[in-house]
Design a binder for this molecule. Structure first.
Ligand code: XMP
Length: 326
């Protein structure tokens, strides 16, 4: 049996009851796989790794060691939030690693999307391996891989959870969610008692802002992207769209256009708004954002973010556009 293929007989997890039996099954499987060894978890703070963390805390308690790597491609405030929620809220055994310079130096000058993904994924594993070697008795690496990651690394994109693993990785994988679709992961998360705010937060790709800062990443453009993204999130929260829209973010391409500011020529990057709805990330439709809100966001981004001089809206559904631009 192919362990990476969802059996036709597997019921879609839509209720707490179905989630509870999935959880019991996985707890038993994880205990069997892991024994009394320790597991290192790549805790990005997104829905998938958060649900894995909650599941593994339930299954193996303090045998779980969570590592949050700040790869320098996080959204504004995201790493701080992970520390807050997991260290304080869930009492998790959490190690924080700031690897910003390491990642950005490796990515310098790299413009090809799949190469960027592979670098980020590969470096992630290296950092974890290094952390693991500082600890004793770590034999397993847990990941928040979900089914679309597996399906889509078959030719569309190499998701870092799947495509970037080096052949010589020393740890065995624990991937309890790998046969679930996103909507099922959320049901499981709720059944595990995670707060709605965490379970229904928008997904954030492993490579983070790295695949939204198009082409070769530069620190100044990455900074502009992060600030513009924070404004978009803030405005969506104020008007109630944050709970309604599945995923929304800013993309900043690597070209400039001519603008004018304070009566002077002002060349800047465009910020592209993408806001999509979907249930399983395999297809997606476009959220209709009110024009008044678009004007407000445009004003704020062009006034507050250094280096951005235009704001554009992406109206492309999936297919034909994937959700991320890279
Ligand atoms: P696409 O762009 O393939 O995205 O339509 C579908 C969903 O997957 C997320 N995504 C990723 N997640 N590593 C991840 O962990 C990745 O490399 C990656 N690429 C895309 C994307 O944000 C969307 O939710």
């Amino acid at each position: 049996m192919d362990k990476n293929k969802r059996p036709d007989s597997m019921k879609r997890i839509t209720t707490t009851k179905l989630a509870d039996s999935f959880i019991s099954e996985k707890i038993a499987e994880v205990r069997e796989q892991v024994g009394d060894k320790k597991v290192l978890l790549a805790l990005s703070g997104g829905v998938d790794s958060s649900v894995v963390a909650a599941l593994l805390i339930k299954a193996i308690g303090n045998q779980l060691v969570c590592v949050h790597v700040n790869h320098g491609l996080m959204r504004k405030g995201e790493s701080e939030n992970v520390i807050e929620v997991f260290q304080k809220g869930l009492n998790a055994n959490l190690i924080y690693v700031d690897a910003t310079d390491r990642f950005l130096n490796l990515l310098s000058g790299v413009s090809e999307p799949e190469k960027k993904r592979k670098i980020i994924g590969g470096e992630f594993i290296k950092v974890f391996d290094e952390e693991a070697s500082k600890l004793t008795g770590i034999n397993f690496l847990a990941q928040g891989t979900i089914y679309p990651d597996i399906l889509e690394s078959d030719g569309v994109k190499a998701h870092h959870n799947v495509g970037g693993l080096p052949k010589d990785m020393k740890m065995e994988l624990v991937e309890p969610l790998k046969l679930l679709y996103k909507d099922e992961v959320r049901v499981v998360g709720s059944a595990l008692g995670l707060p709605d705010k965490m379970v229904y937060r928008q997904p954030f790709p492993g490579p983070g802002l790295g695949v939204r800062c198009l082409g070769a990443i530069t620190r100044d453009r990455l900074h502009a992207l992060r600030e513009a993204d924070a404004i978009l999130r803030e405005e969506f929260e104020i008007c109630g769209l944050a709970e309604k829209v599945w995923q929304y973010f800013i993309v900043v391409p690597d070209f400039k256009s001519v603008g004018v500011k304070d009566d002077k020529r002002y060349e800047g990057w465009p910020a592209i708004i993408r806001a999509v709805n979907t249930t399983d990330a395999m297809t997606a439709t476009i959220e209709e954002i009110p024009y008044s809100l678009l004007h407000k966001i445009t004003n704020r981004i062009t006034n507050e973010v250094e280096g951005i001089n235009r704001v554009l809206l992406d109206l492309t559904p999936k297919p034909i556009g994937t959700i991320e631009w890279e």
